[in-house]
Design a protein around this ligand. Structure first.
Ligand SMILES: [Mg+2]
Length: 271
């Protein structure tokens, strides 16, 4: 008996389907996957990442769910034929390549009151000694007229220095604002309005897809802790080995099992 499964995969891009060269342990079989603005190749896929992409495409529809904005998404060399969730969920591109205006209006409602706060954050960063010394760089990400999130990176990819920088110059600002949250993975810190979430955009598309195919099977794939909430909405999750999310799960399970060992060894002893 042959059954046609109706499958949609929501897949993160960077560090799931491709990575920057320094992240790859073996460089022999790498293929170009994304470029910088000047056209230089910055990201590559390994044969294992290409296997994953091919597997997902064979299964059905593949919808990218990425922090990249429209311009950065256009620099990805892999081709996707369906919708795409961009800018951490702030933007949905339709199949035809245009922006989903209904979604955008909904997002703008939550984000447009925050323009002054984004400006304040940028001013704070740009006045800091590390920025002036060009140790770090920072910018606001746009898809339309208003900023949707802020990025901070270390120019030497010094992740420890970036963490220290964040603690000294941004964390206080962020702690005072519950309507902003943090995405941090490697040399990449993003300060996001809570109104913007990958999982909200994924839920929106899922509802649309279920309307035409109620039995649709969903797969989620991603490497970051901030991918997990959209993967949780899916029937199955794919997590790359040694990724931030895989390490997080491993540590959580390890600490749980050591706790279990402690509990069982203290059993029967007086309280
Ligand atoms: Mg990623």
């Amino acid at each position: 008996m042959h059954t046609n499964w109706d499958v949609t995969t929501f897949v993160d891009l960077d560090d799931t389907l491709f990575s920057s060269k320094r992240r790859h342990a073996h460089t022999a079989e790498l293929q170009p996957a994304a470029t910088l603005e000047n056209g230089d190749v910055i990201s590559y896929s390994s044969h294992k990442q290409r296997f994953l992409q091919s597997l997902l495409h064979q299964a059905g529809r593949v919808i990218p769910v990425t922090a990249r904005n429209i311009a950065a998404y256009r620099r990805v060399m892999l081709r996707f034929e369906d919708q795409a969730v961009l800018s951490h969920g702030a933007t949905i591109l339709r199949k035809e390549g245009d922006v989903d205006r209904q979604w955008q209006a909904q997002v703008y409602e939550g984000v447009s009151p925050l323009v002054a706060e984004f400006d304040d954050l940028m001013r704070r960063i740009q006045l800091s000694p590390s920025f002036v010394r060009q140790e770090i760089r920072s910018w606001l990400v746009y898809d339309g007229e208003i900023p949707v999130y802020a990025v901070v990176k270390d120019n030497q990819r010094d992740e420890l220095r970036l963490t220290r920088y964040f603690q000294e110059h941004v964390s206080e600002w962020l702690d005072a604002r519950s309507h902003f949250r943090l995405h941090a993975n490697g040399n990449n810190i993003a300060i996001l309005p809570t109104a913007i979430r990958k999982e909200s955009a994924v839920a929106y598309l899922m509802e649309e897809l279920r309307a035409t195919s109620p039995e649709m099977i969903f797969v989620g794939a991603g490497d970051s802790i901030t991918d997990e909430p959209f993967m949780r909405l899916c029937d199955f999750s794919v997590v790359p080995r040694s990724s931030q999310l895989a390490e997080f799960l491993k540590n959580a399970i390890d600490s749980l099992s050591s706790e279990e060992t402690l509990r069982s060894s203290s059993q029967g002893e007086p309280a």
